[in-house]
Design a protein around this ligand. Structure first.
Ligand SMILES: [Zn+2]
Length: 184
């Protein structure tokens, strides 16, 4: 499972899992793309109820700062800053690092470090070219780099780095999936 919604989303997530025929106790790993509370909100719940191991970059257990660009960034920051600054109450079981393979958890994929949106942001690149990018990109009106971030320079560097990978489709935390070529 990749990311876990807002605090209070547990019922909705459990229902969606049931709809897909997935038994929560059989989830081998909960990967958190970064430490923002709208992605980590039910991690503690899943760990407590189903003993789901949590994997992430532990540097994101604390979010230091949130900067923004543009009007949309200012609005997102205004609406979400309080929630996004909450620290995780649990420690991850597995510390993910760049290049790490996920085959042992049943996923033919690798971890790509994507610092910028947060210091510990990471992507999950499946061998078939699908990239789960967390909040590095968003797709509201059109695909774009994150409008809020801890480090904009790092965010741009992470994007440059991604261009060296054979990525087809990007799945984002906010908005619909889009072809990676649309970001070029
Ligand atoms: Zn975020």
């Amino acid at each position: 499972m990749i990311d876990s919604g807002h605090p209070g989303d547990a019922d909705m997530i459990e229902k969606k899992l049931a709809d897909e025929g997935i038994i929560p106790a059989e989830i081998k790993l909960l990967i958190l793309t970064h430490g923002h509370m709208d992605h980590t909100g039910t991690a503690e719940y899943f760990k407590n109820k189903y003993q789901t191991p949590i994997a992430m970059n532990p540097i994101d257990c604390t979010i230091l700062e949130i900067k923004s660009r543009g009007l949309m960034g200012a609005v997102i920051k205004y609406l979400s800053e309080k929630e996004l600054h909450q620290s995780l109450r649990i420690q991850p079981d597995i510390h993910l690092v760049h290049g790490q393979r996920l085959d042992q958890f049943g996923l033919p994929a690798q971890i790509i470090a994507l610092p910028g949106h947060t210091r510990g942001s990471l992507g999950i690149l499946l061998d078939d070219g699908n990239l789960f990018a967390g909040d590095m990109f968003m797709n509201f009106l059109k695909p774009s780099l994150a409008h809020i971030y801890e480090n904009e320079e790092a965010l741009k560097k992470s994007w440059e780095g991604l261009k060296t990978y054979p990525i087809t489709t990007v799945y984002v935390g906010h908005g619909k999936p889009f072809p990676f070529g649309k970001m070029r």
